[in-house]
Design a protein around this ligand. Sequence first.
Ligand code: MTE
Ligand code: HPA
Ligand code: MOS
Length: 774
Amino acid sequence: MNPRLNTGVVGLPLPHESARGHVSGRAAYCDDIPEPVGTLHAALGLSPVAHGRLLGIDLERLRALPGVVEVFTAADIPGPNDCGPIVHDDPILADGTLRYLGQPVFAVVATSRDAARRAAAQAKAVLRIEPLPAQLDLRAAHAAADWVVPPMHLSRATHPGGVDAAMAEAPHRLSGRWTLGGQEQFYLEGQISFALPQDDGGLLVHCSTQHPSEMQALIGHALQLPSHAVQVSCRRMGGGFGGKESQSALFACVAALAARRLQRPVKLRVDRDDDFLITGRRHGFEFDWTVGFDDAGRVLALEVTLLGDAGHSADLSPPVMTRALCHIDNACWLPNVALHGYLPRTNRQSNTAFRGFGGPQGALITELILDHIARHRALDLLAVHQANWYGTDDHNVTPYGQLVEDNVIAPLVDELTGSAEYAKRRAEVALFNAASPVLKKGLALSPVKFGISFNVNHYNQAGALVHVYLDGSVLVNHGGTEMGQGLNTKVAQVVAHELGLPIGRVRCSATDTSKVANTSATAASTGADLNGQAAQDAARRIRGRLAALQAAEWGVAAEAIAFADGQVQAPDGRTVAFDALVQRAYVARVQLWSEGFYATPGLHWDRATLTGKPFYYFAYGAAVSEVLLDTLTGEWRLLRADLLHDVGRSLNPALDIGQVEGAFVQGMGWLTSEELVWHPQSGALLTHAPSTYKIPTANDVPDALHTRLFENANVADSIHRSKAVGEPPLLLAFSVWLALRDAVAAAGAPGCQPPLLAPATPEALLRAIDAVRD
Ligand code: MTE
Ligand code: HPA
Ligand code: MOS
């Protein structure tokens, strides 16, 4: 590109394309779409038992209720009654067996949302049920060998005698058992679908979803319609966080079924409590672990059994467990590992994707184990980490066989320990604790290494469609969805950069299955990586055609022509405005729109052995957190957090810092305040609203939050050498939980191992404090 011109659109800290709309309330979400006359509203009748046989439904009683137009059950679904993304074991409406308390059994369609909800609330009165014993205990389900998919085993040994020999020969060994809770996505916009019958028996479905193409396919499947008759559109979501990767499907299918049968527009918007009761969330895990290590705290052998609470069906649990297994190493080279992943079936909501997709659960158990090693050896946790980092020339192959080619964890952590004054503050915390019997401080550093790509190879593809109009404005459509993360802003930046336009000339429109076909979910943090490359491909094709036209006119090489600042320029300085060239190209009958495509190169994965190269590259980060804990009440505060995160060469540092901080706070909520409680007998989720389920608020963000992006360029040929940012920084919150464990340990004898669970609620903290004080 001509050095005299520099667009600089990529890399600028531009605001989110909808920022003003978000704060002013003008950004339109699914529920803001004007309702045509005749729109009906659906509500779901839910199972009142965790397990039972459905003997009958008193439909006449429901139909007689005020405002009710029709009631649908599983029997009304013309195709398979299934909305499962992988294994086809997810009924849209319960059929015969009730699998969890909250499972949708019937859909009431009424003239108002209120009437529909009032009728649906009669579920208990109209359902005839024979209750069955419910499985509500993850370990018991595991003992009964009732898993949603077969067990997964991942092992690697560098010791000639195998993992067992390495374990047996290790100078020290520790074992433990640990419980880690799940987490509700708590997207601010709940699940919603609005289906409108179209010409020729087709359907247009506005759906708050991360996966419009899958919604299209599942609706088509259930209604026995070809995909070309089903159009799914999503302008934006008010958050998804994984909860709308697969689980928007039930709502999309029910709204579509009702709209098709009644030939009226039907909207289904569930309220927060029902959303909690119907949909799944992050998997809670149980772990059993044994580690063998040397005097320096180097891990010689690690064996972990992971039980992930799948709930009643498989949903995305298999790839979630795969990712958990592939993230056990985190930033640590593990020479000998044996990992066993199980997904027991329980009579609960079916758990699903949530920011990190099993990665956080896998990585956290290793961080906990390293903390055990550090306390056992009276070493600082940081020193134990340093003894275990992946190497750059050796010690650089993951347990699943991928070469780590971009390792920056050691320099990144060195930079962070410097800027966060880790050593000095460690000494200060010790001094404070020595003088303070009730209030205790804790300090911890935790690292992140996070593999980027879908761990199902073929999902790593994307398409885009770019239109250049005659006024020189550009409309971009790509397969990704906007959920607040800023994907449309980043993709618009990429296209503006290619065409040398100011950002205001480029706009991304709603994601729509009629524009780009067969898209993947916007997930695995790959939105900008995949769709950015596809949009770049499309824009380059158009630029190439424009450059060829102008080059012929000027008698220069097409490659020598620069596009910048809304101008097109030859090396000798001759310049033409972009829109003038576009108009000439139109008259010359040059195609001014293009499709683009991208498939991540070099990935391979063997599902049988769990080996291969599942990730295009890794993103790194580290955090230092300091907490103050009241050992009498279990209350605590985060005093300071220092985050240093690797986003490669940032496409947009403002959005990236927002993602890093948002993920950190969301991770902190998971590990400290967000507790899920199911009634031990009935299986009812008791924490199904913000009154009982506590997500962090602005008040929980520490005054001293120091967030920086690590100077780095992606070694892999990613879009402008950037790195994915959506999920990896969630793991930075490990430092908060570890700092709390550190503060609890300060209340006990040196070398104690606080039996702290996660979430570390005040109650859990008090239990751990009591245990170490005994
Ligand atoms: N940020 C906001 N504001 N809202 C969201 O729903 N989802 C997260 C992350 N950041 C989310 C978010 C999750 S789970 C993923 S996988 C990525 O964004 C998806 O978007 P990306 O691939 O474009 O980063
Ligand atoms: N992340 C999110 N969704 C997925 C993945 C993943 O790694 N694999 C399959 N679906
Ligand atoms: Mo994110 S959990 O991959 O939607």
